[in-house]
Ligand binder design. Structure first.
Ligand code: GDP
Length: 315
């Protein structure tokens, strides 16, 4: 991937797309193109085709997706399957038709079976039933992976899929209804600290285990994988750092400086009991995560303070 190649980042305003855009610019790529939602609706096939015909990008990072935490996935089930299928299908097909050199599709670790052996290896895909809270999202992502594989097989394209573990970092969504656990806990601990509240409420039992990866590590991995031209095996991208939700809350409270009580609301779902990726395939290619969980949470909290702490009601 030459530094003057035309690179389209689909979803550049999101957590992942914005991190990929930052990484590309930092690494000296000069021709990164992005489109705001009002300029290009990725769910509209004709608009997407016209955009690819006109811009003819060389490389595509497909980071556009409708995403959210456990409650958003479970509540907006139709939107999660419809919007993701539409966006990814339009982009993958238009990329093939316009002769894109290489495309990287962002999947998710929730594509693996709910009761998957841990750590989860790439070959465990489609070996068992999915976790129900995020099944519509997972089915859309599995369709994207299979579409990349099918286009490679039939049309000789160079499309690759990556499966990140649970992500967090600057630019995250801090809305308590729709966010993932880590930004939610940062906000809850911060609000409890400033209002001197005696406790914070955490969803589920605290027993589920999750692996967390800083989004800047993911972006670095995505640019690394894009450069491995001709490599089309699906790749897990994880940090190897796994904690229980209880341990995570304790860590977040420590970083934020909140010393109150933690209450577990067991009316809320736990979701998958454990979700740890086996990242030995990408590690074997020479990529490893660098950002420690505590350091990443500390940085994300500072970003939250600068960007949101004074305007929480506007979230
Ligand atoms: P998941 O990995 O797809 O289940 O997504 P989440 O990041 O939304 O949730 C991870 C785990 O954290 C689940 O067991 C949640 O029940 C738990 N959790 C605890 N408190 C919260 C919270 O305030 N928000 C969210 N989203 N999850 C929470």
């Amino acid at each position: 991937m030459n530094t003057d190649a035309t690179i389209f980042v689909a979803g550049h305003r999101g957590l992942v797309g914005s991190a990929i855009t930052r990484a590309l610019l930092t690494q000296g790529y000069t021709n990164v193109i992005c489109r705001a939602r009002r300029e290009l609706d990725l769910r509209e096939q004709a608009s997407v085709r016209a955009f690819f015909e006109q811009e003819r990008p060389d490389y595509v990072f497909l980071a556009a997706a409708k995403v959210g935490g456990i409650q958003a996935n479970d509540t907006y089930r139709a939107e999660f399957i419809y919007e993701n299928l539409m966006m990814q299908t339009n982009i993958i097909d238009a990329a093939y038709r316009s002769g894109v050199k290489r495309l990287l599709f962002l999947g998710s670790s929730c594509i693996y079976p709910r009761d998957c052996p841990q750590p989860m290896r790439e070959e465990y895909l489609l070996t068992g039933p999915l976790e129900s809270t995020n099944e519509p999202y997972a089915v859309a992502k599995i369709a994207g992976i299979k579409m990349c594989e099918a286009y490679n097989a039939q049309h000789g394209t160079d499309f690759v899929s990556v499966m990140p573990t649970n992500l967090y970092g600057i630019g995250d969504n801090f809305d308590l209804e729709t966010s993932h656990v880590l930004p939610a806990l940062i906000r809850k601990a911060h609000e409890a600290k400033v209002s001197n509240a005696g406790h914070i409420s955490v969803w589920g039992t605290g027993a589920p285990r999750r692996e967390f990866l800083h989004v800047d590590d993911l972006a670095d991995a995505c640019v690394f994988v894009m450069r491995q031209s001709g490599y089309t095996e699906m790749l897990n991208i994880g940090s190897g750092t796994e904690v229980t939700i209880r341990q995570l809350v304790e860590l977040v409270c420590d970083v934020v400086g909140y010393a109150g009580t933690i209450r577990f609301d067991t009316d809320k779902p736990d979701g998958t009991p454990r979700k740890l990726l086996d990242s030995s395939r990408i590690n074997g290619l020479g990529w490893h995560a660098k950002i420690e969980l505590r350091e990443g949470i500390d940085e994300t909290y500072r970003w939250f303070l600068e960007n949101h702490a004074n305007s929480l009601k506007a979230l």
